[in-house]
Design a protein around this ligand. Structure first.
Ligand SMILES: Nc1ncnc2c1ncn2[C@@H]1O[C@H](COP(=O)(O)OP(=O)(O)OP(=O)(O)O)[C@@H](O)[C@H]1O
Ligand SMILES: [Mg+2]
Length: 409
């Protein structure tokens, strides 16, 4: 069980940045006590493609987080995404042994739902209980203690490619850290940016990063659908570089500073300065033109995300609408465009429900990192045991002595 003084670390290995978030467990919840962020190398569309580069990026982020928090990080909760992720619904039925459903019956019903043929090259990452049916009583959230002879568990199962998960673990291990759990990234983000009310009412979270768009649909408090699309903000940057004939680095800066996903919001007369390639003079370009490059690509990505929401069958039942997070959610006009495309309310998702360095992590960029810490605290609590504690007083003392030696000799 998470104890006061425990430290939980979330390691978000994204396509554009690796970020380590250190959360300290307090009496009232979790305080963010450190964060380290390093540009990501060795990943493509959310998947590790070069271990050596990934290791260096992870090391950079973890060292920064250690310095800021004063903690010795030894184990992390890390995320997983990529086009290989598949989510589907399943169910398992068992006969109740006594006349009353107990914890063991619930466990057995979930085990039964798990008994599906998973190809050898894939592994089950999550089994997320949705609800239970006791005899003919549908929609039961907590069946323990109910009378009945038949228990059915409805679950959402997430699977991923074994090799992708192994490469994440390998990269983290090479930095000298152990992996407590690998968590689907949108599941982590949802812990940080969605409220319980939204999950009950019906909500879709769309985490648009640099290389992936991660989607999860919630209704009646449980997860109904998950999907990962191998597209993200990097496409916008490439389109801007080609469309405005400017280097990728400049295109990225222009996107962040002047980008807008909804052209009606751009004043007609506004212009921007665009650096040219090959030492030519910079040019003045209408900001409207930049918007006309971004808008159709963003529409295309949002349409594909909407198709996933339609696949869930809950598109008309999402009373709380859609919550956009991930770095690309910071794009001006994205909520307006999403409302138009999805025909439902949209808002940006910022990490909430934490204390400490909230002003630093108060950005959609850190939804997954912070979410991993929150997930980790619940996971530990659930398991009822503290895994290898990250803060080890002896290690801290040794580290302090080492630093002292390097400084003085
Ligand atoms: N203010 C901004 N406006 C528009 N886009 C932005 C802004 N800030 C960051 N981005 C974009 O957000 C993306 C990075 O987001 P994020 O850090 O969530 O991705 P990631 O986690 O590294 O990648 P992924 O989750 O896709 O593997 C980049 O494409 C970046 O250009
Ligand atoms: Mg991400």
């Amino acid at each position: 069980m998470s104890k006061k003084g425990d430290v939980i670390v979330g390691l978000d290995i994204g396509t554009t940045k690796v970020c380590a978030v250190v959360g300290g467990v307090t009496d009232t919840g979790i305080d963010i006590i450190g964060i380290g962020s390093h540009p990501s190398e060795g990943l493509s569309k959310g998947v590790v493609v070069n271990i050596e580069n990934a290791v260096n990026s992870i090391k950079g982020a973890v060292e920064e987080a250690e310095l800021m928090s004063g903690c010795d990080i030894r184990s992390v909760f890390t995320g997983i995404a990529g086009g290989h992720i598949k989510g589907f619904n399943s169910h398992g039925i068992i006969a109740v042994k006594g006349r009353e459903v107990d914890e063991n019956d619930v466990k057995r019903s979930i085990e039964a739902a798990k008994a599906i043929a998973v190809p050898l090259d894939r592994e089950v990452l999550h089994i997320l209980p949705q609800h239970y049916i006791v005899d003919d009583q549908d929609g039961v959230k907590t069946p323990v203690g109910m009378s009945g002879v038949r228990l059915e568990a409805k679950v959402h199962i997430v699977t991923g490619a074994v090799t992708s998960a192994q490469n994440i673990v390998k990269s983290v291990n090479r930095v000298g850290l152990t992996v407590n759990a690998i968590v689907l990234e949108q599941l982590a983000s949802s812990e940080a940016v969605l409220s319980q009310d939204e999950k009950e009412l019906g909500v879709a979270i769309v985490d648009i990063g640099g290389g992936t768009t991660d989607i999860a649909v919630f209704s009646e408090g449980s997860i109904k659908h998950t999907a990962v699309l191998p597209l993200g903000g990097n496409y916008l940057t490439n389109d801007i570089a080609v469309g405005l004939r400017t280097p990728i680095m400049e295109a990225e800066k222009i996107k962040i500073k002047y980008g807008c996903a909804y052209t009606p919001l751009i004043p007609k007369e506004e212009t921007i300065e665009v650096p040219s390639v090959g030492g030519r003079e910079p040019r003045e370009v209408s900001r409207q033109i930049l918007g006309e490059i971004i808008e159709p690509r963003m529409e295309e990505m949002l349409n594909l995300a909407y198709r996933e929401i339609v696949k869930s069958g809950y598109e008309d039942l999402l009373a709380a609408g859609v919550v956009l997070t991930g770095g690309t959610a910071m794009l001006e006009g994205i909520a307006e465009l999403t409302e138009k495309q999805f025909n439902m309310p949209a808002r940006r998702g910022y990490p909430t429900g934490i204390g400490g360095l909230t002003d630093i992590v108060n950005s959609p960029l850190y939804a997954t990192g912070v979410g991993l810490v929150i997930y980790g605290s619940k996971d530990r609590h659930h398991r009822g045991r503290g895994r290898s504690s990250d803060v080890n007083i002896i290690n801290r003392v040794i580290k302090g002595i080492k630093r002292w030696f390097t400084e003085f000799f």
